[in-house]
Design a protein around this ligand. Sequence first.
Ligand code: MCN
Ligand code: CUM
Length: 793
Amino acid sequence: MTVTETNPAATDENRPIGFGRLQRKEDPRFVRGKGRYLDDIALPGMLHGAILRSPVAHATIVSIDTTEALAHPKVLAVITGKDLEGLNLAWAPTLSYDVQAVLATDKVRFQGQEVAFVVAEDRYAARDALELIDVDYDVLEPVVDVRKALDADAPIIRDDKEGQTNNHIFDWEAGDSAATDAVFDSAEVVISEEVIYPRVHPAPMETCGAIADYDPIDGKLTLYETTQAPHAHRTVFALVAGLPEHKIRVISPDIGGGFGNKVGIYPGYILAVVGSIVTGKPVKWVEDRSENLMSTSFARDYIMKADVAATRDGRILAVRTHVIADHGAFNASANPTKYPAGFFHIFTGSYDLEAAYCKVTGVYTNKAPGGVAYACSFRVTEAVYLIERMVDIVAAKLELDPAQIRLKNFIRPEQFPYANKTGWEYDSGEYEKTFRLALSRAGYEELRREQAEKRANGELMGIGISFFTETVGAGPRRHMDILGLGMADGAEVRIHPTGKAVVRLSVQTQGQGHETTFAQIVAEEIGIPPEDIEVVHGDTDNTPFGLGTYGSRSTPVSGGAVALATRKVREKAKHIAAAMLEVRPEDLEWEKGRWFVAGDPTQGKTMAEIAMGAHGTVELPEGIDGNLDAEVTYNPPNLTFPYGAYICVVDVDPGTGYVKVRRFIAVDDCGTRINPMIIEGQVHGGLTDGVGMALMEFIGFDESGNCLGGSFMDYLIPTAMEVPDWETDFTVTPSPHHPIGAKGIGESATVGSPPAVVNAVVDALAPFGVTHLDMPCTPDRVWAAMQGRATPP
Ligand code: MCN
Ligand code: CUM
């Protein structure tokens, strides 16, 4: 088999097969407009649903009159919360052991909440009929300011919950409070700041939607959904709707971006199912942009009060923080159950501390639910932003260089595996090496000289550094589950008689290129070229069980499953080859793509020959059945800890406060790299996210609880105009416990870049005595900071 000829695209890094810069197998259909997204699917006789949403943030529902809507000639059904109560479906469990109203029955609790569902012959009729529904609301005082949510006189939002006498959801803590306080008591320097990570939204290009097709004859529900986790959704649907799980098929077609927005189970999905059961026809529901921005999973919304204890010369000793977490009206965030604040407790960052402690208080407000979305790595975003902002503040107050203070405090290579003070075991890292590469790529010393010259001329140039460590690949089953489902993932590898392969995954690509990279893992392990390997995913009838794609867990978990399943195939192939060659398996040696007789390389069998042999007539050894297939469910022993060093250079217009990102240098380490081109794409996208959040993205509310970020006119996202040409580089520190040494990369840049941008803006404003500025650093906020005024909301 001459691999190089059959795989001309994979020529990068001298690796003709397996890992390398292979062009994406999925792109021919995407670039030709042949992707098949949810809204492209039209089933025979399909009806269309639309959701009536609450115009107010907090109100009692006095009455709902649907008579006129029902009289619309094209309307087949109008469903209200009362109807759902009859089916015991008015409330659905969230992924955080709370409940969420599918359609409001008693009260509405955020602007945009689902109140009624219309099913009509077409989309326009469904929308028109929404306007014919008459809802009488008795408006209540809303809880908008999260700081006041726990006040004794605050209106109680969740009066539906028995025993709920305030807006408190949970208190969660990590680390050692007393030990941390002790370090603070004797510290030379204590520095405090309140750091806010505002509410933002993942805003994928494709909004969320579902098509439910319930067949009353055989009782089978086929549910097309924009979901990042088809298997988990199916199980939850079985539990919620009481449908037998083997009669539910969840199909997740091509996804136009997920970014965490497509993890949750939204009322619209459930309503499509109810609509199909009620009408006996397939029902499609697709939300519009405003519905997406106003009602589906937002992200962040953390107010973090933090203290850092340090020595006068910049050795950081301890960090403690108290977070108020705004979870909106329902606690619907998608965390591993044990961790209501996600993995926020990695806020100790990349530094070797003596002590750390965090407490997170989750509260209800009259806002849309969510919290864990937007490439957050389960709230590592908030953690990284906090520590990287604080380290810069400490550096500024102690008049130290932000690069030097980081070098002084890094966890050293010989300390890995490193147990941090809040319970994580970092698997591997060479922080200083990666950091120094970023400094040299940036020309850090030269940049500082340039900055000094500019400052002398009254020009505002800023240099921002961020060094982040992530924890991705949730997770070991003994520690991590969602609704009781352990966080493992399955993979199935089948080799056809002619030597072509199919690999079936439990994870779901949304743009990350799984159809390419998972084929590359099989190729690397077994020597079949990637173009001969088909990747199947996104259909519960055709893939093994697993928890899906989020928290950059596909490579750490599913990637491990695929590598191990392929190794099983390779081992089996050895026994079959031995039978074919009439030698003992111990006498065979492996080279990529073939087993051969040790000492006589001419005597061998390629994978294609072995595949045919497996299905052929040769007598197979005891215990080897006639196929070349294998499956594995992989339960990772630990998470993986990718990291990176980012440096951002900005110029601030002293006249307007406008921030221009001039340069951005990103050096990432995600261990073994499967496809460098795809990794670069992931990093470019995440850096763009970071510039967006740092400078413009923000979901705000007025005092009545009206959402101020409900369209792309108000919720700004970056375009090519706002971002520089990214300068990326990498180091490789393989994960010691992952089968191929890979760590996740899908969220690294979104997690790591916002502090670099904000640190750069604050650095630019240093001549004004500014040491902190909250995101987004919009021109008006930057301007106000220059004038020494409080920043506008
Ligand atoms: N990869 C690699 N080598 C590594 C690590 C990863 O080549 N060492 C490749 C993977 O094989 C995969 C891609 O990079 O093709 C991302 O892998 P991974 O880090 O495992 O992340 P996931 O595949 O689990 O993707 C999830 C992650 C998350 S949680 C969000 S949010 C996000 C992100 O991916 N959403 C995205 N990146 C996105 N990119 C696109 N285009 N669209 C989204 O919705
Ligand atoms: Cu937190 S967004 Mo991604 O994990 O799907």
